[in-house]
Every structure is written in structure tokens, then in C-alpha cells.
Design a protein around this ligand. Structure first.
Ligand code: NAX
Length: 332
């Protein structure tokens, strides 16, 4: 229907992009009627690898793919884009402190925010995947003042998917029969996977699973640490970080933003806070949201008990520290 959408993927020569590109090009994100033009950005030393990826894209003969722009030039990459997956980031090397990692990424997301501001469509929708994702999104938004803050989000969908799969397993059901799991806060090990509102479908009707909700041991001692540490567990096994699952989560996030969420369901997205649930304004924080007409809305008025409040405070504090460190880095 109508003209193709321009979709930027950064870190395009990397692992996650290798799994994400086919999802986008096959219509798994923007639908089977929507043609796409892929904009692929990576850094100069990776252009040879990126060229190999472009060859494979060509060899896939994707019917919905109209064109590919593969480049190391930020301006060419951001020109006229409708959607952006910002996957490329500075990886954490051994011995690197969090501060150094943050400083390197502030540099990248300052430049990319500026490019968004100057070159992208004004209603561009952005998903930041590269870590530290929440704070990278915050920096990107700061340097893109002409883009609505609501349009720049970060990914906690992988954490949501991981938790849903664990719960489905625990109640011997399937993942499509579990809903309303929340990831609060930062995409880091302070995140709070909250299963207090989870519902399970059985015989075509949804109900809350009091069995889980009263199973404190599963909720607090199993689910939370499993989800928080799942990334490290995959690295230990695969000797590489999560890529297939990260790409799927990125596609899920953008697809739901584009097409809307299912009736009576929530998803978790890290979005700019306006002070909801006591989270300081301006932080990019993962909340439960519903989406309609391509606009997300934070699910209001959920009860927060003492345990949840404490968990939310811990991850809030970490994001405030990251914001401070990032601000210090932009000034130095
Ligand atoms: P890879 O190292 O395989 O690929 C990253 C690519 O980004 C490389 O090709 C690199 O050259 C490129 N890159 C670096 N700086 C760039 C820049 N300024 N502009 C454009 N490209 C640039 O990493 P991969 O496994 O694909 O992971 C990418 C990012 O996702 C990492 O930051 C990782 O930490 C993060 N993740 C985030 C997750 C989330 O849930 N939010 C989960 C998965 C993943 O760990």
C-alpha cells in the first residue's frame, strides 16, 4: 500500500542485524503489503563485511524489498528514514569500566541524535537496542529536539519474551497463552520482571494464575534472577551474545508499535517518563504499555506493593546515575 518505508538498521554488519534484516525484509514487522527500503549503517572498517551482507540480501530475492542503501556515512544513512533500529554501539571490552563504555556510547548517540534531528522524517520511530539501551535513547533524544520524545524508545522486549517463556514453561502452557508480564526499568540486571498481573489462557478464557501469584519462591527467587542473568547464560553457552532472540524481540517491539497491541494485552517498552509510577521525568524507563494508532500509552493505576516499589526504586536509581554520568560525559 502506497510508498515504501525507509528503515534504518545500524550495526548492520553485526550479529543482531544479521537476524533482524530478514525479518524486516520479509514483512514480519511492517506487514506483508508494505514495501521497504533498507538503510544499513556500520563503521568504515566493517564495510567489507557489510558488502557481504548486501550480497546475501540480494540473493534472498525478498519480494517486499525495494532498495538497499549500505553505507558508513551517517548522513546518507539517516536521510528521510521512517523507522530506525539503532543496534550498533560500542561493545564492552574486558577491563572496560561502565563509565568508559557510557562515554563511548554517548559520543555515538549524540552524533546519531543530531542526524535524526536534521535528516529523518519528523515522525520517525526509533528503537534503541545497543547498550546501555535506555540511556543511549535518552542521549539520542536530547540531541534530536525536533523529534517527539515519545518517538525514541529502547528495548526490553527480549527480557519480556524471556520471562513469558519461563512462565509458560513453569505452568506447562505455551507462550501465546501467557500475557501481562511487565519489565520495569533498565535493560540491565536491575530490571524488575513483575509477574503479579500475569494471566494464562485455558480453554479459551484468560484468568490470573493465583498459583503463580502466590508462589513467592518462583516469583522472587527463580523468575527474577533467571531473566536478569539469561543474557550471561547465553554468552557462556554460545560464546556469543544473544542475537536471534534479540532480533526477534526488536521485530516484535516495532511490529506492535506499527500494528498496535492485542486487545487486553500489554507489552513492555522503555519510553520517556512523564513521572508515571514515581519515575523521574525524562528517564527512558521500561513500563507496561498499550499501543493504538502508533502511539503508546502507559498502563495506568496498577497497584504497587512494597516489594515492587523497592525493585522499581533500585532500577530507577541506576538509570538516574547513568543519566548523570552521560550528562557529565557530554560536557567533558
Ligand atoms: P556486534 O558486535 O555483532 O555488532 C555490532 C555492530 O555495530 C558492529 O558491526 C559494529 O561495527 C557496529 N557499530 C559500532 N559502532 C557503530 C556506529 N557508531 N555506527 C554504526 N555501527 C556501529 O553486536 P550485536 O551482538 O549485534 O549487538 C549489538 C548491540 O545490542 C550491543 O550493544 C549489545 O549490547 C546490544 N544488545 C541489546 C539487547 C537489548 O535487549 N536491548 C539484547 C541483545 C544485545 O546484547
Amino acid at each position: 500500500s502506497g510508498s515504501p518505508v525507509r528503515v534504518l538498521i545500524t550495526g548492520a554488519a553485526g550479529q543482531i542485524a544479521y537476524s533482524l534484516i530478514p525479518l524486516v525484509a520479509k514483512g514480519e514487522v511492517f506487514g506483508q503489503q508494505q514495501e521497504v527500503i533498507l538503510h544499513l549503517l556500520d563503521i568504515q572498517p566493517m564495510l567489507g563485511v557489510l558488502n557481504g551482507v548486501v550480497m546475501e540480501i540480494s540473493d534472498c530475492a525478498f519480494p517486499l524489498l525495494r532498495d538497499v542503501v549500505a553505507t558508513a556515512d551517517v548522513e546518507a544513512a539517516f536521510k528521510d528514514i521512517d523507522y530506525a533500529f539503532l543496534v550498533g554501539a560500542m561493545p564492552r571490552r574486558e577491563g572496560m569500566e561502565r563509565k568508559d563504555l557510557l562515554r563511548a556510547n554517548v559520543g555515538i548517540f549524540k552524533v546519531q541524535g543530531g542526524a535524526l534531528d536534521k535528516l529523518a522524517k519528523k515522525d520517525v520511530k526509533v528503537l534503541v537496542v545497543g547498550n546501555p539501551a535506555n540511556t543511549n535513547a535518552l542521549i539520542c533524544s536530547k540531541y534530536a529536539p525536533s523529534i517527539p520524545k515519545e518517538n525514541i524508545t529502547a528495548m526490553t522486549r527480549l527480557d519480556q519474551n524471556r520471562a513469558l517463556a519461563q512462565i509458560a514453561d513453569h505452568v506447562k502452557s505455551q507462550v501465546q497463552n501467557v500475557r501481562k508480564l511487565i519489565i520495569w526499568g533498565n535493560h540491565s540486571n536491575t530490571q524488575f520482571p513483575d509477574a503479579r498481573f500475569v494471566e494464562v489462557q485455558k480453554d479459551n478464557s484468560w484468568s490470573s494464575i493465583t498459583k503463580i501469584q502466590h508462589d513467592e519462591k518462583f516469583l522472587k527467587e527463580q523468575l527474577i534472577p533467571i531473566v536478569q542473568k539469561r543474557g550471561a547464560e547465553v554468552i557462556a553457552a554460545r560464546k556469543l551474545s544473544s542475537a536471534m532472540s534479540a532480533a526477534q524481540a526488536a521485530a516484535d517491539h516495532m511490529r506492535d508499535w506499527f500494528h498496535g497491541t492485542k486487545k487486553d494485552d500489554w507489552i513492555s517498552m522503555a519510553v520517556v517518563s512523564k513521572g508515571e509510577y514515581g519515575v523521574p521525568q525524562g528517564l527512558v524507563f521500561s513500563f507496561p504499555v498499550t499501543v493504538e494508532n502508533r502511539q503508546w500509552k502507559i498502563v495506568p493505576d496498577l497497584p504497587i506493593d512494597d516489594f515492587a516499589r523497592e525493585k522499581i526504586q533500585i532500577t530507577t536509581k541506576e538509570l538516574e546515575e547513568e543519566r548523570q554520568e552521560a550528562q557529565a560525559a557530554t560536557e567533558s
